[in-house]
Design a protein around this ligand. Sequence first.
Ligand SMILES: [Zn+2]
Length: 141
Amino acid sequence: MRVVCKHCLSVNNVPKKESYAKANCGKCKNSLLDTRPMELSHANFDTVVANSDLPVIVDFWAPWCGPCKMMAPNFAKSATNFPLKALFAKVNTEEEQHLGARFGIRSIPTIIIFKEGKEVHRVSGALDEANLSRMVSQFLI
Ligand SMILES: [Zn+2]
């Protein structure tokens, strides 16, 4: 399966397994098991979403949004349950206004799940970690 490196954006081919002891990017050698959500911008959004066989879970948020800030740790915690199973990412809609417009984001936080480059699910409003993880589990490959 194709896995986009969060650090250098190169596309790695990784065998699909139940769990991984170790997996490093062939180019920059950073760990592909790093679950910290990556920042998406207009510059890298399409590369990541189009080249990832893993579902991409995108949190559209903004710094002034209280519920977004409350959800951020839940989002990061949920990500730790899915190393090389799902790619968690964030879009700061204040800095990336046209990404927000492109996806018709009307309220934040909004989470959109992409598979094979296409939106397959969206939910608005803050979620706790259990609900986030349950939702993501439905979209694993
Ligand atoms: Zn890399």
